[in-house]
Design a protein around this ligand. Structure first.
Ligand code: 13P
Ligand code: SF4
Length: 355
């Protein structure tokens, strides 16, 4: 099977074009100009790998200025992206909020497709690129707009609160979006005692424990977090008796009940930086520990993580390719933009009220 650099282009072909168009040698100038970045990630990236990453980082950072581009990266991106080329990093809510303030004409979304669609909804006049459009999400692919309409018919009058991990088409038939950082707040603010909260059954069940409202949900799940079990947490506690264990609310409730803290990716990062536990296990995607470890001293990060294959589709090579060729552009059907955008903007407004 031919390997692809993104959804469309053969890898070898793209590499040949990149090699022709950019100096990708690990020269003394590249080494010097990226030494500050390497200093930050040296405990996560072996020295032997740096000569491959550094020239790509150097060229991406040059090209993004030339193309008037900004790179938004999710907390699950690898350290070489998160610390090397990202202008703005954060959880889904922070990235959505920051996307509303972007001045540049081009946004390169280093994350999964629904995140790029959210940036496009908030910036319909800008060019939004994703380095590989195959970067999907098991939650986003679990539900369609037709499924939401069928739920509305089944529970007339119940407001629909939709996790941002969904397509723009699903957002367009939604009352308000939420993320893992504001789910309880949003559910408490919508009208009525009965709320449809889709598509993550576990985020919904974890939210239901923190609100008086009745939550109706959908059978979606995150393929990365649904596999963690209470038995895993018990094993981690036995293996690392003096460690703190924290988890993302996409994990099943039995996991959340067994850990010391649960929150969005940004909330988990803040918790570690504030609490500074001597040892911590972050029960979530693996790059989180790497990224926080690069900027936190005195905390030992122990492993208990899974890799998100969708997030890992984004790499330095396809970011450079994306900027060089201005692909793959993320487009949203103009007919659904106003409704989908309204659901995201309402969430941002309601999150401010909850602060
Ligand atoms: P956050 O909003 O917490 O960053 O979560 C996004 C996500 O995809 C987690 O799996
Ligand atoms: Fe989707 Fe889970 Fe990957 Fe997040 S970690 S992008 S929810 S599959």
């Amino acid at each position: 099977m031919v390997q692809l650099i993104n959804a469309m282009t053969p890898l070898e072909e793209a590499r040949a074009v990149l090699a022709d168009s950019f100096d990708l040698k690990f020269s003394a100038a590249v080494k010097k100009s990226t030494s500050g970045i390497y200093d930050r990630v040296k405990n996560q990236i072996p020295e032997i790998e740096w000569p491959f990453y550094a020239p790509l980082i150097f060229q991406i950072n040059r090209l993004k200025k030339k193309k008037d581009a900004v790179i938004l990266a999710h907390n699950y991106q690898t350290p070489q992206i998160y610390h090397g080329v990202a202008d703005i990093v954060g959880d889904s809510l922070q990235l959505a909020v920051e996307a509303t303030k972007v001045k540049q004409q081009v946004i390169v979304q280093c994350g999964v497709h629904f995140m790029a669609e959210t940036s496009k909804l908030l910036n319909p006049e800008k060019t939004v690129l994703i380095p590989d459009s195959r970067a999907g999400c098991s939650l986003a692919s679990s539900i369609t707009a037709e499924d939401v309409m069928a739920m509305r018919a089944q529970y007339p009058g119940a407001p629909v609160v939709t996790y941002v991990n969904t397509s723009a088409a699903v957002k367009a038939v939604t009352d308000v979006c939420c993320t893992s950082s504001n789910a309880v707040d949003i559910v408490n603010q919508v009208e009525g005692d009965e709320v449809i909260m889709i598509p993550d059954q576990y985020l919904a069940q974890n939210t239901a424990k923190k609100t008086k409202k009745k939550i109706i949900t959908w059978a979606g799940a995150c393929e990365v977090h649904e596999t963690f079990t209470a038995a895993d947490i018990a094993e981690l506690r036995a293996a690392y008796p003096n460690s703190k264990i924290i988890a993302h609310p996409e994990c099943p409730p039995e996991v959340i009940d067994a850990v010391d803290f649960s929150g969005s990716t940004a909330a988990m990062i803040n918790w570690v930086k504030t609490e500074k536990p001597p040892k911590v296990v972050m029960v979530t995607e693996c790059s989180m520990s790497d990224n926080v470890a690069s900027e936190t001293t005195g905390v030992d990060f122990l492993r208990g993580c899974n890799i998100c294959p969708h997030m890992k589709r984004i790499n330095l090579e396809n970011i450079l390719w994306s900027l060089h060729t201005m692909t793959e552009e993320v487009l949203v059907d103009p007919a659904i933009i106003p409704d989908a955008r309204r659901a995201v903007e309402r969430m941002i407004e309601m999150s401010k009220k909850g602060d």
